[in-house]
Design a protein around this ligand. Structure first.
Ligand SMILES: Cc1cc2nc3c(=O)[nH]c(=O)nc-3n(C[C@H](O)[C@H](O)[C@H](O)COP(=O)(O)OP(=O)(O)OC[C@H]3O[C@@H](n4cnc5c(N)ncnc54)[C@H](O)[C@@H]3O)c2cc1C
Length: 446
């Protein structure tokens, strides 16, 4: 079957769906023909996956096509010919398109230890049936090892405790959240997990899975054996670039699809958005790969603008993320102090802690820790990290706007924020203001 469309979108995750939705919302020409092809009948909400053990039913954690006005063709694109503007599917459809959007996303890396083919060893797979099998297996398990102490690993550990499993979390690096946060924030995550009775093992790797047919134990680098009934590999995702690479579309140094500021690839009229696309870091300008639904959706809106001739340009990836463990939310944006130093940027750091209600005696009050990272040379805000109670996660989004403006310490200090006893810190102890003050006083910023 031959189908002619104006825009063909491959992928039904956040990037593909938001490209479709934005195109449909912004188009002036209502007859613009948009088609979205995705592999799965129902697309899972990827960020909700860790919570489908017990917090939300798996079948309810799906992207609501009808509510978003999405009509998807369920098929697998097997080949793209960007020179001829043609794509073919396993189901026998040949698409002729004017614009192509690659939103093929990311897949889990493979477990890097011996014996990983034993039953009871799972990866993070964005597929309902796989996850159903995984949770059914884990429901029969008493003790589960989670491998990987990044945001995904700690969110799974948290949910597994809610399911009353015994959990051991194993992280290769000597701290949790090693690539996303500075050490003091990783330590806060560790303390929360320990409070939840998670057995946290840092600076060690699983080298082998043991057991007859099904996993019965994991062996660590120092020879220690930990009896477990299931293992969840949560130690990394990678961009899915197979279609693009086979079509001769250029990949960047991170292995993801190279794009310009309009999200266009090496081939005119072909765009890549979301986890399959490489990003230029907003602060360092360096190529990075950063898996994030919110960034995927941002890129989707840029690509929609490019296709509609609006000539919007993204300024690069702010690399904002929030994760939650126990009662706290941890957020970051821009660069961490460690990332700034690695990029050769001289930093001036301001820190403050506050309580998220006022007076702090109000029930449910929690601490907030805010860290602002300024460029010592030009005084601009280049990064921020926050730990707060769950609703305080939005603080990082305020800071994302300030990093995007590269606000100076004085601009942050003189910023105006609303406060209210139940939902914010006090106006005279507001953590963002106090952290800016700390940077001004400590480093003489103006
Ligand atoms: C467990 C977990 C928790 C996360 N939590 C958060 C969070 O809290 N906040 C956040 O911002 N990010 C989070 N992320 C990251 C986020 O999920 C990803 O950044 C997001 O999924 C990227 O969206 P995407 O549309 O680019 O790719 P994907 O979600 O990977 O979607 C890719 C789509 O392409 C389809 N596809 C691929 N190849 C083909 C083909 N050949 N033919 C047809 N269809 C194809 C797939 O079937 C799928 O529909 C989390 C990720 C995981 C794994």
């Amino acid at each position: 079957m031959l189908r002619e469309v104006d825009v063909l979108i491959i992928g039904g995750g956040p990037a593909g769906v938001e490209t479709y939705r934005a195109l449909a919302a912004l188009r002036r020409n209502k007859s613009l023909k948009i088609e979205l092809v995705r592999r799965e009948e129902k697309s899972i909400v990827p960020c909700g996956i860790p919570y489908t053990g017990v917090s939300v039913p798996l079948d309810r954690n799906v992207i609501p096509d009808a509510r978003l006005g999405i009509r998807a063709a369920i098929d697998v694109v097997t080949e793209v010919d960007p020179d001829r503007g043609v794509a073919r599917t396993a189901g026998g459809t040949t698409y002729k398109y004017r614009h192509l959007v690659l939103a093929t996303g990311s897949v889990s890396t493979e477990p890097r230890f011996e014996g990983s083919d034993r039953a009871g060893i799972f990866k993070v797979v964005k597929d309902l049936e796989y996850l159903r099998r995984m949770w059914n297996y884990i429901r029969q398990a008493r003790r589960v090892a989670v491998v990987g102490g990044g945001p995904v690993g700690i969110e799974f550990a948290d949910e597994l405790r809610r399911m009353e499993r015994e959990v051991v979390l194993i992280e290769l690096m000597p701290r949790l959240l090693p690539t996303a946060f500075d050490p003091e924030f990783g330590e806060l995550a560790r303390a929360q997990l320990v409070e939840l009775d998670v057995d946290v093992r840092l600076g060690t790797a699983v080298v082998r899975a043991l057991g007859e047919g099904r996993v019965e134990a994991v062996e660590l680098g120092d020879g220690q054996r930990i009896p477990v009934d299931a293992v969840l590999w949560a130690a990394g995702m990678r961009p899915d670039t197979a279609l693009a690479a086979a079509a001769g579309i250029k990949l960047g140094p991170t292995g993801a699809i190279a794009v310009d500021r309009r999200m266009e690839t090496s081939h005119s009229g072909v765009y890549a958005v979301g986890d399959c696309a490489e990003k230029a870091h907003f602060i360092t300008g360096r190529p990075v790969w950063f898996g994030s639904s919110s960034l995927a959706a941002h890129e989707a809106r840029i690509a929609a603008g490019s296709i509609l001739g609006l000539e919007w340009e993204g300024g690069g990836a702010l690399c904002a993320l929030i994760t939650v463990v126990g009662d706290i939310a941890l957020g970051r944006v821009g660069v961490t102090e460690e990332e700034a130093r690695q990029a050769g940027i001289k930093v001036a750091v301001g820190k403050a802690s506050a309580v998220d209600k006022h007076p702090p005696e109000l029930p449910g009050a929690r601490n907030i820790l805010a860290k602002l990272i300024f460029n010592a040379s030009d005084g601009g805000l280049i990064g921020a990290e926050v730990a707060a109670g769950k609703h305080g996660g939005e603080i990082i989004n305020i800071l994302a706007a300030l990093v995007r403006r590269r606000a100076t310490a004085r601009e942050v200090y003189l910023g105006q924020f609303a406060t209210q006893p139940w939902v914010t810190a006090s106006p005279i102890a507001y953590p963002i203001i106090r952290a800016a003050e700390n940077a001004i006083v400590t480093h003489g910023l103006r």
